[in-house]
Design a protein around this ligand. Structure first.
Ligand code: SF4
Length: 149
């Protein structure tokens, strides 16, 4: 039986290895530091980061205008059966408002001439802040109507 057959006490091993590896580590470190020309070859991968900024630049430019232009036009219409629409007695066609049950209603009132209507004059529909994410018909009415000044 030799000394190599016996188990080595682990608490002695790290110190011995450290003493042996320390000079090797120093040499490796010096070797790494003395090779700046090779890292200069590494900039070849630098083009890889260049494409990364390109998509980042594309996203805000392509996404924002597309959403802004399609956002208003692509909004769904308010569903009169929706609880938020029912709560305000939203009626898609103001001429169908039953005046007896909606005493606030006056003939001629419609979203298109309401102060809250955010559609453009002549638009068939437009946004209303009471129904975010949706559009109201210019011919609709609800009991939050306020005459446009
Ligand atoms: Fe139409 Fe005005 Fe009611 Fe909005 S607040 S749904 S624009 S009547």
């Amino acid at each position: 039986m030799t000394t190599t057959d016996r188990p080595i006490a682990l608490h002695h091993l790290p110190r011995r290895r450290f003493a042996v590896l320390l000079p090797l580590g120093g040499i490796a470190l010096l070797a790494a530091c003395s090779k700046p020309p090779e890292p200069a070859a590494t900039p070849a991968p630098a083009p890889t980061p260049t494409p990364a900024p390109a998509p980042a630049a594309e996203m805000p430019a392509a996404t924002a205008p597309a959403q802004a232009s399609a956002g208003t036009a692509g909004l769904p219409m308010v569903d009169p059966a929706d609880p938020s629409a029912k709560a305000l007695a939203y009626t898609a066609d103001a001429s169908q408002v039953v005046a007896a049950s909606q005493p606030k209603y006056q003939p001629g009132q419609a979203c298109g001439n309401c102060a809250l209507y955010a559609g453009q004059p002549g638009d068939a529909a437009g946004p209303c802040p009471l129904y975010p994410g949706r559009q109201v018909s210019a011919q609709a009415w609800c009991n939050a109507y306020a005459k446009k000044a």
